[in-house]
Design a protein around this ligand. Sequence first.
Ligand SMILES: *[C@@H]1O[C@H](CO)[C@@H](O)[C@H](O)[C@H]1NC(C)=O
Ligand SMILES: *[C@@H]1O[C@H](CO)[C@@H](O)[C@H](O)[C@H]1NC(C)=O
Ligand SMILES: *[C@@H]1O[C@H](CO)[C@@H](O)[C@H](O)[C@H]1NC(C)=O
Length: 360
Amino acid sequence: MDHQPLFIYLFLLLSVTISAAGISLTIIYPFVYMKKCMIVLSLIVPFPITGAYVDPDRSIKLFVFGGSYVDTGNRDSTARSWKEPYGITDPGRPAGHFSDGQVFTEYIASRMGIKSPTPYRFRNQRPIKHGMNFAYGGTGVFDTWVAAPNMTEQIYLFEQLLQEKIYTRYDLKFSTALVSASGMDYRIYLARRGSLRVSALLHGLPLLGLDLQRIHDLGVPQVAVMGMQPLGCLPEFTRGYSYEKCNSTGNFAALYHNLLLVKKLKPESKFVVLDMYNAFMSAMKKFENKTETSELKNPLRPCCTGITSEYRCGDVENKEKKYNVCRVPKLAFFWDSFHPTQAGWDAIVSELGSSIISLF
Ligand SMILES: *[C@@H]1O[C@H](CO)[C@@H](O)[C@H](O)[C@H]1NC(C)=O
Ligand SMILES: *[C@@H]1O[C@H](CO)[C@@H](O)[C@H](O)[C@H]1NC(C)=O
Ligand SMILES: *[C@@H]1O[C@H](CO)[C@@H](O)[C@H](O)[C@H]1NC(C)=O
């Protein structure tokens, strides 16, 4: 993801404006919200098992929309996902993923028993029977500074394929959509308006809700949306305190986002909210013991970092690398300042457990 330092401003302003909006940041309040979130988010409606279906062209399909947590190669070669050291673990070279290896999409596809859906960019070269990935790293529900399709536009690309009969409505019968809106919009809101209020959360969610409904209306019976991860634990936010602890203000914002999202969608069978918040939290906990014995020492410290604060993972200047990569990426939870490692995603998916099972 680009222009990450802005996240820090988001934090500063969040802390100020959330309190200004009348939401008390005392110890009790976040707790009330947290509890509510956990309860509501775990209300996941089970789905019929469709795995027995055999016709290859009518097989289960996965359609993916969103940003860098789920993009598997749609961005062009100027993106850092196509530069070293991205992809160093799997496949061993840059492959358009914002990680050292596989990302969330691949774990979901694998759990569904299908191959990771082909990125839209490669739709004419690779099979499309398992669905398609329309996600572009660095994009959001709204336009961002990355010149790539926003979510509305991604859904439009999908709609066009339906109009061209590349997929029929019948093909979609056993399909699932995975939608990720992982925080880019809050960075943009902040950059454009100079502050981020609770109203920013309220501002973006209706459109996300419409996007989800539109995907469903196009014929995808089930739409899984990723809840917000604990923003305050991302290395971009924790660097300020030497990666020692998460920032509770950022985490509060993520919980509040999730609460509103669940409220907006209501627990309906067609929409499933994946509880990324608690999955990240428990997965990070699992990494505590692993990192203790590695040079990382704690799970909040990312594997790949710029040599100084001006540089980021993947930066090269005059052919000189301006970043360091940890020796054993599989011991790290975070890859760069924003994205989990392949090992991190693996653990997150394990933690999601039963909510993933309900997807197929
Ligand atoms: C979180 O970050 C904000 C902004 O940097 C800061 O004001 C606040 O004290 C931090 N909270 C914690 C618990 O560290
Ligand atoms: C998404 O992109 C399209 C095409 O560039 C643009 O017309 C539209 O306004 C954008 N939507 C949002 C919500 O930013
Ligand atoms: C970490 O290791 C300790 C001691 O072996 C163990 O008690 C604890 O449960 C482990 N923590 C996690 C999260 O696995």
